[in-house]
Design a binder for this molecule. Sequence first.
Ligand code: SIN
Length: 295
Amino acid sequence: MTLETTVNKSTVPAIDVVAMTGCLGAEIRGMDLSRHLGNDTFARILDVFHRHCVIFFRDQKLTPEQLAAFSARFGELDVHHMTEHTFPNLPQVRVLSNVKKDGKTIGITNGGMHWHSDLSYKPRPALATLLYAIECPPQGADTQFASMYEAYAALPETTRSKLRGLYTVHDRNYRYSALYPSRPPLTAEQIAKVPPVEHSLVRVHPVTGRPALFVAKDVVSHIIGMDQAGGRALIEELEAFSTQSRFIYSHKWRPGDVLVWDNRCTLHRATPYDPAYRRTLYRTQVKGDAPLPAN
Ligand code: SIN
């Protein structure tokens, strides 16, 4: 953990930043996200977001509307194609929860336990995702992030040059039933809403200009132009390489945490916990652009 205070170049107070690992994750201290932040302050937050890819704020007290308002500073908010478990009149905010009311869980339960980048199976995948913790188990249930910048940079140049120019197919339905055996399979209508999409295997971040791997074995079905077995072997090898502990930040949740991650340069996954504990988070997602291919 390293302390970093952004240089105060204007009349706006510097913000306190504590970096979590060399490559990923930073806590920003001293912010009350329920208040409107000035443009200079938000520009500093955005700068930390672009440098650290995953940022978080502790001890926040937000209404769903305030979470949506802060989230919208990062860009236009998405309404997920599966609209259950959203707030009435606020479909941008979804609930993740294992808590039951009248025999039904109040939110999405145990989603995202495989490595993925949000909505990568759409032509314009998510730019950022925000999670706000309402209640969480005292242990387990970390959300883990892998830096796809660092993973790409750590590959030998001979491998990187082979990967640049390759395209893959991201398919929501590819392993959906295997990942979620307790859920009904996607309906034909749901599948039709998210048909398989082609993306480059190495993408360039539109703000930082840095290249990042864009691959996850449970969402990417194959590599275009490669035979199925060879393509699968490469996809699985790249995910295993990218998710080594040296590329990972693991977030230990506390109630009141607001966490924001950049889907353009990270993978993430939820991890298990004892279901005897309650876990509820509110989630928003910021729309992104079509990924830029690396040449
Ligand atoms: C997700 O957004 O993929 C789930 C993250 C989590 O519940 O920890």
